[in-house]
Ligand binder design. Structure first.
Ligand code: UDP
Length: 328
């Protein structure tokens, strides 16, 4: 009998890719989503349970209906810029939502929890190697809210024995190479999809946020990791917990940093089209450099990224971008 896994945010970008990976690994992914930013059309690999993390009864109902063996918690507000303008929403929806979910998991006896955290919890630490032992000093409300949830999970382990695998993501990019699911946000704020929109003529230009950072070309450097590789790590994290291993934090990045200008150049090469750009102001809350310096996921989970080179990520995103987007 296939086991169920409750995937919060299962109708969203990363959650939908996780559902595909879970199904391929023999599980039944249950997408728990309020469809506020997710897409009904993205739920293709298991049932959809419409619910909201601020509504405890809807979470309890999902545990009761599906008796999942584990939770993968993706649902969250995740925009750095928005979090600086509206921190209350981030604290309320991310932190309170996670507390409700963890309480419901414990009440249902489901004590394996895989959580999406972020390198935004590190803040802006010039020259410091970012790995699982690095101090967490977030500089935006998004990072603060994710750090609070990491701490919440430690408290839940001490009080209730809830074991967690926490993944600190660097920049997730690309789409399912088979284009069954992809990245679609309204409004879109992320670099690569915005750039593909500009290339396709769906917007006038890509604005580069800041050209005066202390980096070789003055633009921010990020570590991009393919969403399919990222969700493979989640399946390995689930197996880690199922094997009875203890709570663990893993950074997920490729280990290579690329500036915004380098991503623009790579997009030009992959699509063979010009990228209209405008140079703009810095975006509040952005760190200059965020690149993973960790090998733990490879060493301990056996994670080997397959598609996390820039050309492959942009090529997969471009193919999805040109296919039919979600309607609902
Ligand atoms: N960025 C940019 N123009 C945009 C969107 C993003 O220059 O229209 C930059 C942003 O400042 C950051 C990088 O691209 O350095 C990645 O930003 P994104 O929003 O994709 O991800 P984040 O780093 O916020 O998770």
């Amino acid at each position: 009998m296939a086991e169920h896994v409750l995937v919060t945010g299962g109708a969203g970008y990363i959650g939908a890719h996780a559902c595909k990976a879970l199904k391929a690994a023999g599980y039944i992914p249950v997408a728990f989503d309020n469809l506020s930013t997710g897409w009904r059309d993205a739920v293709k690999f298991g049932p959809l349970h419409e619910g909201d993390l601020l509504d405890r009864a809807s979470i309890d109902a999902a545990f009761k209906a599906f008796r999942p063996v584990a939770v993968m918690h993706f649902a969250a507000l995740s925009l750095v810029g928005e979090s600086m303008k509206n921190p209350g929403r981030y604290w309320r929806e991310n932190v309170l939502g996670a507390a409700n979910l963890a309480d419901a998991a414990v009440a249902a006896g489901c004590l394996s929890f895989v959580f999406s955290s972020t390198c935004a919890t590190y803040g802006d630490q010039d020259g410091v190697v970012l790995n699982e032992n690095t101090d967490q000093l977030p500089i935006n409300a998004y990072g603060q809210s994710k750090l609070a949830i990491e701490k919440l999970l430690a408290d839940f382990e001490a009080a209730h024995g809830l074991r967690s695998v926490i993944f600190r993501y660097f920049n997730v990019a690309g789409c399912d190479p088979e284009a069954e699911v992809g990245e679609q946000h309204v409004p879109e704020t992320h670099l690569i999809p915005l750039m593909l929109d500009a290339i396709a003529g769906k917007r006038d230009a890509l604005t580069i946020f800041g050209t005066d950072y202390n980096t070789p070309d003055g633009t921010c450097i990020r570590d991009y990791v393919h969403v399919s590789d990222l969700v493979d790590a989640h399946v390995k994290g689930l197996e880690w917990l199922k094997a009875g291993k203890g709570s663990r934090v893993f950074c997920l990045g490729s280990g290579d940093g690329f500036s915004v200008r380098q991503v623009v150049e790579a997009s030009r090469a992959v699509t063979n089209r010009e990228v209209p750009i405008v140079e703009g102001e810095r975006r509040p809350g952005d760190a200059a450099v965020l690149v993973s310096g960790s090998h733990r996921a490879t060493d301990e989970l056996g994670w080997e990224p397959q598609r996390s080179d820039l050309a492959t990520m942009i090529g997969d995103a471009w193919r999805w971008h040109q296919s039919a987007p979600y309607d609902s």
